[in-house]
Write a protein that binds this ligand. Structure first.
Ligand SMILES: Nc1nc2c(ncn2[C@@H]2O[C@H](COP(=O)(O)OP(=O)(O)OP(=O)(O)O)[C@@H](O)[C@H]2O)c(=O)[nH]1
Ligand SMILES: [Mg+2]
Ligand SMILES: [Zn+2]
Length: 326
């Protein structure tokens, strides 16, 4: 490594400059031109969480080079034309999927999409259910049982003054200190509120529900926040939907752990569990050992994958659903 180059961590990306942490200090630095030459499907040359080499000189310096990533959480960018990848965060170790029980209502497809994206990148994921105080119908227990049954840790929280879930806050604080985490979920789910409560002193802006109902996000920027007792957390603006970048048709089922586990018992090696004969997944669905919402999320993701495959090949045979009985 050139002695004039130092390693930094990208905390925040603005139009012209990035905030980079170097040896515990924050610097505002522009990107050098060569970063834009890197060929990739990505919308932007850098992501929050990237490790970079920074050149500090008399003019102030610049970000010179991107170091290899250990992990990344990626979604399909919502743009016209060629499909692009949006890296939400690089080099993270934990995805915190924040979902409210009510106001806004729980959205299984979004939660399952985020879980699948984490699984695709071998990232740990934990579900944080919020607004327990608003759970009039006992929905918390249903979702908690469902996700625990597929091996996901679920924390149940309420930040309402009438009901403080202290044990869950302590578990969340521990996770935050041990990881570089990203908080994902719908706008208004309570991500910033939760962080403010668990990490006193952060003072992130929190939205009013009226504001959120009008479709406005409260958190408008992704920023990696160094935490006082270790760890970093990325509070993100809410997402409405989450779609995978370049997802393959046969790959989809492997992102749903309980569906993938049954594939060896299906009659057809390439079973997509859409109504093929001798399908173990459809049997499990009828017996309710696989949840309907999970199956619905799977078929929705599969539809996306099939549509993308058609787009690439100009035909719909890439799914290779040739029936090959064993
Ligand atoms: N009743 C109740 N309200 C909550 C709870 N947690 C958060 N809220 C409210 O939910 C609203 C939205 O909270 P935020 O923390 O701004 O939500 P966010 O997920 O950060 O939203 P974006 O930044 O737009 O993505 C605020 O009015 C909070 O007071 C809770 O446990 N119970
Ligand atoms: Mg927020
Ligand atoms: Zn099957």
């Amino acid at each position: 490594m050139d002695s004039a180059l130092q390693e930094g961590l990208v905390l925040r990306i603005d139009a012209k400059v990035c905030q980079v942490e170097i040896g515990g200090q924050r610097h505002s630095l522009p990107l050098s031109g060569k970063l834009f030459e890197r060929k990739s499907h990505e919308k932007r040359p850098l992501s929050v969480g990237d490790r970079v080499l920074v050149r500090i000189d008399a003019q102030g310096g610049a970000i010179d080079e991107l170091l290899p990533r250990m992990s990344q959480l990626t979604r399909r960018a919502a743009s016209e034309g060629e499909e692009r990848a949006q890296v939400i965060a690089a080099n993270i170790t934990l995805v915190l999927i924040v979902a409210s029980i009510a106001e806004p209502p729980f959205q299984p497809e979004l939660v399952d999409g985020l879980l699948a994206a984490a699984r695709r990148e071998n990232l740990n994921a934990v579900i944080v259910l919020t607004k327990l105080d608003r759970d009039k119908k006992g929905a918390v227990a249903h979702w908690q049982n469902l996700y625990q049954s597929i091996g996901v840790t679920v924390l149940v929280t309420s930040t309402s003054p009438e009901l403080h879930t202290d044990d869950a806050f302590a578990q969340l604080a521990k996770l935050l200190h041990e990881n570089r985490s990203v908080m994902c979920g719908l706008s208004g789910a309570g991500k910033s509120t939760l962080l403010n409560l668990v990490m006193p002193g952060l003072e992130l802006r929190v939205g009013s529900l009226n504001h959120i109902r009008q479709g406005r996000h409260t958190t408008t920027h992704t920023e990696l926040i160094p935490l006082p007792f270790g760890g970093h957390v990325l509070d993100t603006p809410g997402v409405r939907s989450f779609h995978m970048f370049h997802i393959g048709v046969q790959e989809t089922q492997f992102l749903f752990v309980e569906i993938a586990a049954l594939l060896p018992q299906c009659g057809y090696r390439n079973c997509l569990h859409l109504g093929e004969p001798d399908c173990a997944v459809r049997v499990a669905l009828a017996e309710k050992t696989i949840a309907e919402t999970r199956y619905a999320s799977y078929t929705a993701m599969l539809n996306w994958a099939q549509a993308a495959a058609k787009h690439v090949d100009g035909d719909d045979d890439r799914s290779s659903r040739r029936r090959r009985p064993r």
